[in-house]
Design a protein around this ligand. Structure first.
Ligand code: GMT
Length: 376
């Protein structure tokens, strides 16, 4: 089967998941064609003979204040589907991928070479951006025109049905983790460098957008530090990074907090970490938390969106109301202050993450692909 995967190529969760899916499918013998504006970040590790990358180029012109990406994407889809004779398009993040696919399919229908498309809803395409009245009519229409719709959590499915007039079934296929890459490795020499006096290491990974409430990470850390020796690693980059760095300096915490920026080998950093902090205002799933758990890192998160579907209260970590810094700090200290309890949480995190191992989830996508192609 030849599958086109359309995604954002960045460190965002939808692009990461789409790339991991493409890699897993190519390992199983599928021919996978990525269609996006840049080489996806997780595609940089080694050569994969079944993987192709088609770059969407958006020519600029002085008239364009806003170069028309969606038009360029739809045209690229037409070229790739025709030249490579794809069987199916799988779109990750509805905006603008689903509407571009609908457009491409209308063009291909004229030649009788059209193919089905599946849209996977990831989170902010529904909970924030898609809901905006500016986008909503196109988002609703193009989701409904998809030959199948998937959502990454039960919560996201419910949110979608609440916010949009969806006429089709939504299949819930949760995010997954590749435990061959995400597992605890012995990186104690790194730990020694970052926490020379045996301090506990807290970690946060995100795109530093407002929805992640990154300042809350630092506030929780400040409270934890009052109770026990600790360091904080901040991974990723985005709009709030500068403010949070400044806030950290103003709080006198700069020597204990490292802003490492975007990192490719996250599992090595997670392997030396003791606690993952995810205080998001909304989170459809929390793939970064799942990857942390697979590396043996318990999670302190909010109870927003789909987070309760992956973080089990009192077992793999704790959940608090959005913005409840005191509760998050209390829970963090509870886990970190006792080495035996920490070990217990670490083991439970690994065990729970295994339920989301890629070999349990990929077949669900394969089954859907076959059903969609058979009924098209
Ligand atoms: O907003 C982001 O954090 C990025 C966003 C994306 O679509 O790139 O992430 C969403 O998709 C991830 C993969 O399915 C989920 O794990 C994240 O929870 C989700 N983010 C939000 O819902 C905020």
């Amino acid at each position: 089967m030849k599958i086109g995967i359309v995604c954002y190529p960045t460190f965002g969760g939808s692009g990461v998941l789409a790339t991991e899916l493409g890699l897993a499918l190519s390992d199983k013998g599928y021919e996978v064609h990525f269609i996006t504006y840049e080489q996806p970040v997780r595609l940089t590790q080694g050569f994969h003979p079944n993987i192709y990358f088609h770059e969407v180029k958006v020519p600029t012109y002085p008239l364009f204040d806003f170069p028309p990406y969606e038009t360029a994407l739809a045209s690229t889809m037409v070229h790739v589907i025709t030249n490579q004779q794809l069987d199916l398009l799988h779109l990750h993040y509805a905006i603008p991928h689903a509407s571009a696919a609908y457009f491409a399919r209308q063009i291909l229908k004229k030649t009788g070479k059209d193919i089905p498309f599946i849209t996977t809803l990831h989170g902010t395409d529904i909970t924030l951006v898609g809901r905006d009245a500016t986008y909503a009519p196109v988002v609703t229409f193009s989701i409904n025109e998809s030959d199948a719709i998937t959502a990454v959590s039960d919560n996201l499915k419910e949110e979608t049905l609440r916010s949009f007039a969806i006429e089709k079934d939504i299949h819930v296929i949760p995010n997954f983790v590749d435990v061959k890459r995400f597992h605890q490795t012995d990186k104690n020499h790194f730990k020694q460098m970052l926490a020379p006096d045996g301090e506990r290491i807290l970690v946060h990974v995100s795109n530093f957008r407002t929805v992640k409430r990154v300042p809350d990470v630092v506030k929780v850390f400040a409270e934890v530090k009052k109770q026990l020796p600790a360091k904080l690693l901040m991974i990723g980059d985005g709009p709030d990074r500068q403010n949070v760095e400044e806030m950290t300096r103003n709080m006198g915490l700069y020597n204990d907090v490292r802003f490492l920026g975007k990192q490719e080998h996250i599992s090595e950093i997670l392997s030396i970490s003791d606690l993952f902090v995810l205080p998001s205002a909304t989170e459809s799933f929390g793939l970064s938390a799942l990857e942390a758990m697979a590396c043996g890192v318990p999670v302190i998160s909010t109870n927003a969106g789909g987070l309760p579907e992956i973080n089990v209260q009192g077992k793999t970590g704790y959940l608090s109301d959005v913005g409840d810094i005191d509760d998050m700090a209390r829970n963090a200290v509870d886990i970190l202050s006792d080495s035996e309890r920490l070990l217990h949480f670490k083991k439970a995190a690994i065990a729970h993450a295994r339920k989301f191992e890629k070999q349990h989830i990929i077949p669900q996508y394969e089954k859907l692909y076959e059903a969609v192609i058979a009924s098209y």
